[in-house]
Design a binder for this molecule. Structure first.
Ligand code: SF4
Length: 349
């Protein structure tokens, strides 16, 4: 059912960069989430106590993940995943899932992202993701914590109530069914999946199949939410947009973009495997594309998988902003690719 030969077909470097992913996809090893489900945690009530238990168990998880085989998996009464879900639920009551830090009770009001419920805009076996990922069971959540004026998915991201709310157990069964139908992974995306972390974790608690979990995100999560994803996500697909805060503020309404997103790239790089996507925006090669690629090279190295995307279209409010109201030119795209190649990136897809 699974494409075992795909690593060789991709060339050694790419196969190495996604080594765990391919092993999980071919059921040679359990996913991070399966290991997390098998580790016992102590039940506690208060958020401080939950966090200290989380950090204690996290150390155990890291040593266990490397050596765990299928034989080492148990079903404890209260697992490390249950602990993560409890913490995520408590964060929702005073929401700081992302660095917008709205601190409102999401059970009764909405914050900057306007997400009130886990509305799913669509789910299907996606054949147009990066080659190592397809067929990818992609689940699109409505709503986003960014308000990009050129959003390429604005009909989903800026309409947080559009979509179906599906019971966690039901979605878990769909994920398992898609897996049996041949999906290589489950891919949580949007909009942005971050506002729905408690729901997504609950869904995966109910899933029975072994499947790589992809976190497909702008990576503007709080440091706390990043800790919850450690031991949950196997692959981070990141949408790295900007090389400076001024462009992030002007185009997405985010003032502290670089500090947060760079920090989270470092955390995610240590916690799992990674594909970094970068959409080339017209007139933002010097201020955004090049500085962020240089940062990746200096901080994560040039073996990271980099998907330089050329499909920008002037959608949503972009036609009202002359600087981004056209397609990027072929010269701009080529300049970004050449820049990455000159820095030694070996996995440009
Ligand atoms: S997810 Fe982010 S934007 Fe949405 S309410 Fe929570 S902190 Fe605010």
């Amino acid at each position: 059912m699974f494409s075992r030969g795909i690593v060789g077909g991709l060339g050694g470097n790419l196969g190495m960069a996604l080594q765990d992913y391919f092993k999980i996809a071919s059921n040679e090893k359990p996913s991070r989430m399966r290991v997390t489900k098998s580790i016992t945690a102590d039940y506690c009530m208060e958020l401080d106590a939950l966090w200290s238990e989380h950090e204690k168990v996290r150390a155990e998880y890291h040593s266990k993940y490397i050596e765990t085989s299928w034989n080492g998996l148990f079903r404890p009464e209260f697992s490390y995943l249950d602990l993560k879900i409890m913490i995520a639920d408590k964060i929702l009551e005073n929401c700081f899932l992302c660095e917008k830090n709205c601190k409102i009770d999401r059970r009764i009001e909405t914050g900057f992202c306007r997400v009130s419920k886990p509305a799913i805009a669509s789910e299907f076996l996606h054949m147009a993701e990066e080659k190592p990922l397809v067929p990818s069971h992609t689940i699109f959540f409505s709503g986003c914590n960014f308000q990009c004026i050129y959003c390429q998915n604005w009909d989903i991201s800026q309409q947080p109530d559009q979509g179906m709310v599906v019971e966690p157990l039901k979605l878990a069964k769909i994920i398992d069914l898609r897996r049996r139908q041949g999906s290589m992974n489950v891919n949580f995306v949007g909009g942005e999946p971050t506002p729905n972390i408690p729901y997504i974790m609950r869904v995966m608690k109910n899933s029975k199949e072994n499947i790589p979990v992809i976190w497909n995100s702008n990576l503007y999560l709080s440091e706390y939410a990043m800790k919850l994803l450690d031991g949950f996500a196997d692959v981070y697909i990141t949408d790295f947009k900007y090389g400076n805060n001024r462009c992030a503020e002007d185009l997405s309404g985010i003032s502290n973009y670089s500090e947060v997103v760079r920090r989270n790239h470092r955390i995610a790089y240590d916690a799992g495997e990674m594909i970094i996507r970068h959409l080339v925006i017209p007139n933002h090669v010097e201020c955004c594309s090049k500085p962020l690629i240089k940062w990746i090279s200096d901080n994560l190295g040039s073996e990271v998988i980099l998907n330089i995307m050329s499909q920008y279209r002037p959608l949503y409010k972009a036609p009202e902003h002359p600087e981004i109201s056209n397609l990027p030119t072929m010269d701009e795209i080529q300049e970004v690719i050449s820049y990455a190649e000159a820095l030694g990136f070996v996995n440009i897809i």
